[in-house]
Write a protein that binds this ligand. Structure first.
Ligand SMILES: NC(=O)c1ccc[n+]([C@@H]2O[C@H](COP(=O)([O-])OP(=O)(O)OC[C@H]3O[C@@H](n4cnc5c(N)ncnc54)[C@H](OP(=O)(O)O)[C@@H]3O)[C@@H](O)[C@H]2O)c1
Length: 238
């Protein structure tokens, strides 16, 4: 008989950091449940390996509610939720399409708020402590000339971390991870990369492994809640 694996929800896990978290959790014996927006072959490959994949678009409140309805058909228990889905909207794009502002707030604020609220009982059904972990952004502490709306929405997500840590204690721990540079985007040019690398003390592009290390720390630690874990290579020192 196969052991019932603990289920972990990771939003936006079709690429990059979310995908790495999904594959690492799968390897470590968990049952990932992921959301993705764009269909791709990779999602079918993950499903063949036992991942539960749910297509969801969090840019509207209905998209979030529909996703929760589907999630509840797959499980009545969750070990953890990782809020990873994100839209890195530029302010110049929002100026042209102001409705992008609401979509940004839905993805980074409403979706975590509503998923936490509606999934509290699933987390409480876990044997032992459960976790909610949100991926925010180091720049919340600095502000941004080009991504003010994105950063404001991530600041709201950090605030939700505090409120839900209070609301959901002692059974559910709630924390954020605030990364600076983790991975460059395809198409970033060499001057941009050098500038970004020079902004931290460690001067490396660490890749998604460091995010998984932070996730594991938070899940394994039984005395940490309501915190923001910095993950910035000493970006705060420069
Ligand atoms: N990468 C970095 O260096 C860095 C630095 C600081 C903070 N972070 C944070 O770390 C997290 C992961 O970063 P990343 O670079 O891996 O992000 P990413 O490549 O932009 O991926 C984000 C995921 O979110 C999903 N998503 C976007 N809009 C959505 C929507 N409306 N509804 C549902 N899902 C949506 C995307 O799904 P589809 O691909 O299916 O469209 C995508 O897979 C993010 O929260 C980000 O803010 C990353």
């Amino acid at each position: 008989m196969t052991k019932d694996r603990q289920k972990i929800l990771i939003t936006g896990a079709g690429q990059r950091i979310g995908l790495y978290l999904c594959e690492s959790l799968l390897r470590d014996g968990f049952q990932p449940i992921i959301t993705y927006r764009k269909s791709r072959q990779l999602i079918e490959n993950l499903e063949q390996k036992g991942v539960i994949a749910i297509q969801a678009d969090f840019s509207s409140q209905k998209g979030v509610s529909d996703f929760i309805d589907t999630l509840k058909t797959h499980t009545s228990k969750l070990r953890a939720i990782i809020h990873n889905a994100s839209t890195w909207s530029k302010d110049e794009s929002i100026v042209d399409n102001p409705e992008e502002f609401s979509a940004l707030m839905n993805v980074h604020v409403f979706a975590p708020y509503w998923i936490n609220t509606q999934c509290q009982t699933l987390l409480e059904a876990n044997d032992g402590l459960a976790d909610i972990i949100s991926l925010t952004d180091f720049t919340v502490t600095k502000g941004s000339e080009k991504h003010a709306a994105y950063i404001a929405s991530k600041a709201a997500l950090e605030s939700l971390t505090l409120s839900f840590a209070k609301k959901f204690a002692p059974k559910i721990k709630v924390n954020s991870i605030a990364p600076a540079l983790i991975m460059f985007n395809e198409g970033d040019d060499e001057d941009y990369k050098k500038d970004r690398l020079d902004r931290s003390a460690l001067k490396i592009e660490p890749g998604p492994k460091v995010v998984y290390e932070a996730v594991k720390y938070l899940m394994d630690n039984s005395y940490t809640t309501g915190t923001v874990v910095p993950l910035n290579g000493g970006r705060n020192l420069i």
